[in-house]
Ligand binder design. Structure first.
Ligand code: ZN
Length: 347
């Protein structure tokens, strides 16, 4: 077991069933005190039969439809497309971030013990950290994807969020995969499994709208796959299966230039999640806009923020959004003036 003390603390920190379900984008159908019923993230269903319950201070999950059982870390792994055994450190680090335990998250990623945790059993040798998918495969996939305007379902999804598909295509913010692309024509990581017996390709699960994510040097490293079928019970946006997804942000054209070092913007806008990022990028193409999620923002991004600039934080006004805002604000406070938007004009 990797650092039992961190595991224990993060399980106690993420112990509200409703908040955890919301943070992980799981559809809550019925909410009681200390228990919510969600659409099962494993077996795909229309009526909720998966219980997320607080028991003795931590979350326990049980699906009455498919007998899936787990804890909060299982849910984090499932919703992030990570294997909870082979990629356990990344699962734990992601959970720490969701709980606002940034130091612990960094410690886990570096394979070191958290500073506070003192007496522990010696750690086993660290598992190799999953890396980003191969750069060539990522750019090839993006190159074969088409404008969103050519896909009626993807266009409808954007329109339902009051986003103009023509603008998305013109600004090249997202693209779609041909739904008829067979699995063997896609990279192996372009799939979603959850706890299904077999994983399915993104073209089959409906995760076929793609947005690019970039590292702190502005390098195109990976994608986020967006579910276009509104009736699907899968997580709405997923990263490539089995690969690292932390340390990457969504970036509009201006933000890509900034990260590459080709410009020094006087203002950087930080929003949360793909929908907000697309909306903002369509409305304000002249702003420098990055979109973050759990694990996105790192010290490397903070170091790119120009001294004396302004950082506008527009993360969601909920617990997760507060944590993202706090983390970004803390990391740039010595170089930039930070403003947190308390109003959501985007709704
Ligand atoms: Zn189930």
């Amino acid at each position: 077991v990797r650092d039992p003390e961190i595991i224990r603390r993060v399980r106690f920190a993420l112990s509200s069933p409703k908040q955890v379900a919301d943070m992980l984008n799981l559809k809550v159908c019925d909410s009681m005190r200390d228990e919510v019923m969600i659409l099962c993230p494993v077996h795909g269903e229309k009526n909720a039969s998966c219980s997320v319950r607080k028991r003795k201070g931590t979350i326990s999950v049980r699906c009455y439809g498919c007998q899936f059982k787990g804890d909060v870390l299982t849910l984090v792994a499932l919703t992030h497309g990570l294997d909870d055994r082979s990629a356990f450190p990344e699962v734990l680090a992601t959970a720490c971030e969701l709980a606002g335990m940034w130091d612990e998250a960094d410690a886990v990623r570096k394979g070191k013990a958290a500073p506070e945790a003192k007496q522990r059993a010696p750690l086993p040798p660290p598992e190799p950290e999953p890396d980003y998918p191969p750069a060539r495969e990522v750019s090839e996939l993006w190159d074969t994807a088409r404008p969103v305007t050519g896909d009626p379902e993807a266009s409808a999804l954007l329109v339902s969020r009051r986003i103009d598909p023509d603008r998305v295509a013109a600004l090249d913010l997202a693209r779609v995969l041909d739904p008829l692309t067979f699995r063997d024509r896609l990279p192996r990581w372009a799939c979603f499994k959850g706890k299904r017996p077999v994983s399915s390709s993104w073209t089959k699960t409906g995760h076929r709208m793609l947005a690019r994510v970039f590292d702190a040097a502005g390098e195109f490293r990976s994608v986020r796959a967006w579910q276009v079928d509104p009736s699907s019970t899968d997580p709405k946006r997923v990263p490539p299966a089995g690969h690292r997804s932390s340390g990457l942000v969504l970036a509009n054209e201006r933000a890509q230039r900034w990260l590459r070092g080709d410009s020094a913007p006087s203002m950087v806008v930080v929003v949360e999640g793909e929908p907000d990022w697309i909306v903002r990028s369509v409305l304000f193409p002249h702003e420098t806009i990055v979109g973050i999620g759990s694990g996105s923002w790192t010290a490397e991004f903070a170091e790119r923020v120009p001294f004396g600039s302004q950082v506008v934080l527009m993360t969601h006004l909920d617990r997760a959004g507060d944590r993202y805002a706090e983390k970004v604000a803390e990391s740039v406070k010595h170089r930039a003036q930070v403003t947190r938007w308390e109003l959501t004009e985007l709704q």
